[in-house]
Design a protein around this ligand. Sequence first.
Ligand code: F3S
Length: 65
Amino acid sequence: MKVQINPERCQGHGRCYDLAPGLFGEDDEGYGQVLGHGVVPPGEEEAARLAVANCPERAIDAHEE
Ligand code: F3S
């Protein structure tokens, strides 16, 4: 599974890196960034889905490779 953030939609709500800190970080202005090129490690799939479901801007996409 991979995740990505659409930078045009992200408004810096920070739910992604609060809920899934193993997958997302924040840039200097608080916008979300994927870690490790967005590759979801084994066991983190549920966290990825949680982040997708909780982004108010629907800026996060998760897809199977
Ligand atoms: Fe941005 Fe959504 Fe995260 S708005 S900071 S991708 S929760």
